[in-house]
Design a protein around this ligand. Structure first.
Ligand code: G3I
Length: 438
């Protein structure tokens, strides 16, 4: 737990560390003293199948709750202050709360993870981690070493980008999602060229050479990670974002910006899963991961693809990234997609959840909390009804400030603000009674 006994010093240091002007953040002026009234319940936990554990508050009116309560029972206090400093106060743990259902993950960059305050919060809140960038091909491929010590079919890799993150997981008993092995993006063009050339007149390596490079790349990543940090990676995003209906590829595949598709052909996804299965530890789960999975043409193409790979015995799960908006997709469409993916019998993981809120009014923060709460309510129901084997929910970033969405500094998609205070979204994930479900 984050301790409150070093409050003053830690809080002051955090503000300095984060370089934040006290009045610069919208929520600060609206904060009230918690004075015990709204204290979290750090041991809160929801039990699988037990409906009564999740109390649904519609339009949460504290007074109404009080009148609805039987006279013999004490009135239940409903939270009204959502901005609790995770540095100063003990807050409930999301991974503890949902431990009977799924692991709760965080995508993080190395710089953020090595910040003491953020590291402490991550240890307390999450039991799964994804490297935001540090395990992607552009981080691991070493062109200089490949040119001098590699062969035409076998590149040389380096792991200094992700070593400390994997070690953090070892030290703190956190499991890692390996993200990502085969992706059209963040893989340097030279990797696809004869002699790993980076010149403008470089020509593509042959299909045969690229298949061997792919196999060797997957083998080298898995061998290193699994021997240096055994048991830490529990799932691999083997292929990321290969489907883009309308882009011209066979069966709805991405083609125009995918050098994997252009050098190997449409079966590159099947080959990637074949190699991944060959080198993965038997207990590691292999995932196909994509965004906008709830769009019908994309969903259909993904289903066709994963069913084919499932028949080959080389896939265990579907990753639904879930970079969503405040109103789109509708929860009906989203839920329907999970249900359809669930019908495959594969695991489902929500791998990159965030909500692209572009307003910082109190009202909109509450609405965001409601959307998070409804999402988790949906996940819970689907699991309880046996409609989907959802095994992990990962949020794509710790603070709004650090979100990949926040290029303009005006996005508020996550659960914590820049000074590591909880937002209503955090309490929504915890199904708190103070967050309306509708
Ligand atoms: O490494 C360079 C650095 O050398 C340079 O100084 C700096 C200047 O901007 O850029 C750095 O690269 C950035 C990289 O993140 C590492 O920080 C890129 O510009 C930036 O585009 C890149 O963004 C990442 C994005 O993937 C790129 O595809 C985001 O951080 C990362 O969160 C995001 O994650 C993806 C998932 O992997 C797949 N699904 C979508 C998701 C969001 O886009």
């Amino acid at each position: 737990m984050l301790s409150g006994n070093k409050n003053g010093i830690r809080r002051a240091a955090a503000w300095m560390l984060l370089g934040v002007m006290v009045c610069g953040f919208i929520g600060c002026g609206q904060k009230e003293d918690t004075d015990g009234k709204n204290e979290g319940t750090p041991e809160a936990q929801v039990t699988k199948g037990a409906e009564s554990d999740v109390q649904v508050t519609q339009g949460a009116e504290p007074e109404q709750d009080a009148t609805d309560t039987a006279p013999t029972e004490p009135a239940k206090e409903v939270r009204t202050d959502f901005y609790i400093s995770s540095i100063d106060e003990e807050i409930p743990s999301m991974s503890e709360y949902w431990k009977d259902y799924f692991s709760i993950g965080i995508a993080i960059t190395k710089g953020e993870l090595l910040n003491d305050f953020k590291g402490d919060l991550i240890k307390q809140q999450f039991n799964s981690m994804t490297c935001g960038n540090e395990m992607k091909p552009d981080a691991l491929l070493d062109r200089e070493a490949t040119k001098s010590a590699g062969t035409e079919t076998c590149p040389v890799l380096k792991f200094d980008s992700c070593d400390e993150m994997l070690q953090f997981c070892v030290d703190n008993n956190i499991k890692m999602r390996g993200h990502t092995l085969v992706w059209h993006s963040q893989t340097p063009d030279w990797f696809f060229m004869e002699e790993y050339s980076n010149k403008p007149d470089a020509v593509f390596a042959s299909r045969e050479v690229m298949l061997q490079r792919m196999e060797n790349y997957i083998r080298l990543v898995m061998e290193y990670v699994n021997t240096t940090y055994p048991g830490v990676v529990y799932a691999w995003d083997v292929v990321n974002e290969a489907i883009a209906p309308g882009d011209g590829g066979e069966d709805g595949m991405r083609m125009s910006d995918s050098l994997w598709y252009q050098t190997i052909g449409p079966d590159f996804v099947e080959k990637a899963f074949e190699y991944a299965r060959k080198y993965a530890d038997p207990e590691q789960k292999l995932f196909y991961n994509d965004f906008n999975t709830y769009e019908a043409p994309k969903r259909i193409a993904i289903l066709n693809l994963v069913n084919k790979i499932k028949d080959q015995g080389n896939i265990d799960g579907i990753g639904m990234q879930s970079h969503i908006g405040m109103s789109s997709p509708t929860l009906l469409d989203y839920e329907e997609t999970i249900r359809k993916f669930g019908e495959t019998g594969l695991e489902i993981q929500i791998t990159e959840l965030d909500i692209n809120l572009d307003s910082n009014t109190e009202e909109d923060f509450l609405k965001e909390g409601t959307r998070y709460k409804r999402l988790f309510f949906t996940f819970k129901n689907l699991v309880d009804n046996g409609e989907a084997n959802i095994t992990n929910i990962t949020v794509w970033g710790l603070t709004d400030e650090g979100s990949w969405l926040n290029k303009d500094g005006k996005r508020y998609p996550l659960l914590f603000n820049q000074v590591l205070e909880t937002k209503p979204a955090f309490w929504g994930v915890l199904m708190d009674d103070g967050i309306p479900l509708y």
